[in-house]
Design a protein around this ligand. Structure first.
Ligand code: APR
Length: 172
């Protein structure tokens, strides 16, 4: 499995699926969620509304999949990261669940190239260094599993995450 690190805007990524750091309402917000909805257009919100009507809120750690609409990606996988409360509320485990459940949905569709933002490290205040460590350990294990996925692309929007990932991705 190939790991690629990029600095930039995930809405510009041409791949099979991009991951959205959503909130439980699935109805959009700020940060990467806002950028993805803005770039995808109103079709994305309509599909999210439908999912919300049928299955209710998306719990932290869980993920849902929609089409990509006006984005250059076939699918958007929306996952809800943990809000950081100091580390005593199983935040690390929930963050790992976000990656695990997002990849599970991608594998069900036999997708090959998946782009992740730095889930929970913005508005949800998960410490960037700890999040990078959690993600690194997760993919260290995941890279040995049998999967349809051929490439994981880490898209870092801010310098801090990019510098953290530069040190880690080369060791995957
Ligand atoms: N492309 C890639 N990454 C981005 C982009 C973008 N266009 N915009 C922001 N980011 C990065 C931020 O720099 C941060 O590192 O995404 C990471 C996650 O930050 P947030 O988007 O704030 O997501 P999160 O911390 O998971 O909080 C989710 O914020 O936007 C709302 O609706 C969202 O309520 C939810 C909450």
């Amino acid at each position: 499995m190939k790991f690629t690190l990029k600095k930039g805007d995930i809405t510009k990524e041409k791949c099979d699926a991009i991951i959205n750091a959503a909130n439980s309402s699935l109805l959009g917000g700020g940060g990467v969620d806002g950028a993805i909805h803005l770039a995808a257009g109103k079709g994305l919100l309509e599909e999210c509304r439908l999912i919300r009507q049928n299955s209710g809120e998306c719990d932290p750690g869980k993920a849902v999949i929609t089409k990509g609409y006006n984005l250059s990606t076939r699918f958007v996988i929306h996952t809800v990261g943990p809000i950081w409360h100091g580390g005593s509320q199983n935040e690390k485990e929930t963050l790992k669940e976000c990656y695990k459940n997002s990849l599970k949905l991608a594998e069900e569709k036999k997708l090959k190239t998946i782009a992740f933002p730095n889930i929970s490290t913005g508005v949800y205040r998960f410490p960037k260094e700890l999040a990078a460590q959690v993600v690194f350990e997760f993919f260290k294990e995941y890279s040995n599993t049998k999967t349809s996925i051929e490439e994981i692309i880490f898209i870092c929007f801010d310098d801090e995450n990019f510098e953290l990932y530069e040190k880690l991705v080369s060791k995957l």
